[in-house]
Design a protein around this ligand. Structure first.
Ligand code: PEP
Length: 250
């Protein structure tokens, strides 16, 4: 169901104490009725944070990645059953840092999504163009391909377990935010692509988050757009003083 969502992606930041404290502080908040909060916590701290997020039914836990295989000899990798056992509800799939630094292809992401959904978990699927593509005004084609090859081979039923995050790479961690109009244009484009693939009802139900230097100062302007259902937030999700105002920006 379409929801307003404030999702934090902590990436490879914070230690155990800092993570637990942040999860505790966020979970103590009175989250507005129509908002869901998701915390993308580093693997080693998921269980400890779950003991706090469990206390608030509006706060959920995400892993920032997963392995596409069920189990076995994959040294250093983490399986979905392992993530389920520590209280994870969502998996972030296809973050641009996974795509660009670790070379994750659309095909691999599609495989991961299939495994995540088969386990009954939910997906936050990231897409978004690099700067040179935006400068060439080719962002729609670029994102359409990411959706087609990475996401759109799942069923309409399974799409109900997916949140899409549009994250222009040129805006991630750079302090350069897409303007509210640029965000709205791409979100409307993505919603229309969902409509073409799955029909109008599905397109109205899917939540589409914006990511890229979301801060308390710009969250309201971004989230007030018709097709922007919230944010996937990196830097500003690392402190309760900046993340809570974003949660309250709908
Ligand atoms: C992100 O990590 O997905 C992100 C958008 O980061 P930031 O908010 O720091 O740009």
């Amino acid at each position: 169901m379409r929801k307003n969502i404030a999702a934090g992606n902590w990436k490879m930041n914070l230690n155990l104490d800092q993570s637990v404290e942040l999860a505790h502080q966020v979970s103590k908040e009175q989250i507005p009725n129509d908002v869901e909060v998701i915390l993308g916590v580093p693997y080693p701290f998921l269980y400890s944070c779950s003991l706090h997020t469990n206390q608030n039914n509006k706060v959920h836990l995400a892993a920032q990645n997963c392995n596409e295989h069920e189990k076995g000899a994959f040294t250093g990798e983490v399986s979905l059953d392992q993530l389920i056992s520590v209280g994870v509800d969502y998996i972030i799939i296809g973050h641009s840092e996974r795509r660009t630094i670790y070379g994750e292809s659309d095909e691999l992401l599609a495989q991961k999504i299939k495994t995540v959904l088969s386990k009954g978990l939910k997906v936050i699927f990231c897409c978004g163009e690099p700067l040179n593509i935006r400068e060439g005004n080719k962002q729609e084609d670029f994102v359409a391909n990411q959706l087609k090859n990475g996401l759109f081979n799942i069923s309409a039923e399974n799409l109900k377990s997916v949140i899409i995050a549009y994250e222009p790479i040129w805006a991630i961690g750079t302090g350069k935010t897409a303007s509210p109009q640029q965000a709205q244009d791409m979100h409307a484009f993505i919603r229309n692509a969902v409509k073409n693939q799955y029909g109008e009802a599905a397109s109205k139900e899917v939540s589409i988050l914006y990511g890229g230097s979301v801060k308390p100062a710009n969250a309201k302007d971004l989230f007030s757009n018709a097709d922007v259902d919230g944010g996937l937030v990196g830097g500003a999700s690392l402190k309760v003083e900046s993340f809570v105002p974003i949660i309250n920006s709908f």
